[in-house]
Design a protein around this ligand. Structure first.
Ligand SMILES: [Zn+2]
Length: 98
């Protein structure tokens, strides 16, 4: 089974967290908190029960994030969502279209 979709989702989440860390937190290098968030998000994606059939996490009916992680990822999404159009427009648009 191809893992393409999950891998793409991971890349998008990682990119959004990197944008958040650099532009919102002002870190030149990814901080350990955000690195941990990326690792956590990737673990959740690996364990996602929808696997390759999943839609984007915003529309996912299963809230699989721990409450504190969920709060953080939502802040990241709110900040980086619009900015993804500037920094990674093609990948992000493909993400929205699905
Ligand atoms: Zn950070």
């Amino acid at each position: 089974m191809s893992r393409g979709r999950i891998d793409r989702e991971k890349r998008i989440v990682e990119q959004m967290i990197r944008i958040y860390c650099r532009h919102k937190e002002g870190n030149a290098e990814l901080c350990s908190g955000c690195a941990g968030l990326i690792a956590y998000a990737c673990t959740r994606l690996d364990r996602c029960r929808f696997g390759e059939a999943k839609s984007s996490c915003q529309r996912c009916p299963v809230h699989c994030y721990r409450p504190d992680m969920r709060r953080r990822i939502r802040m990241v999404m709110r900040f980086s969502g619009p900015r993804m159009l500037l920094y990674a427009p093609l990948e992000f648009l493909r993400h929205l279209v699905r």
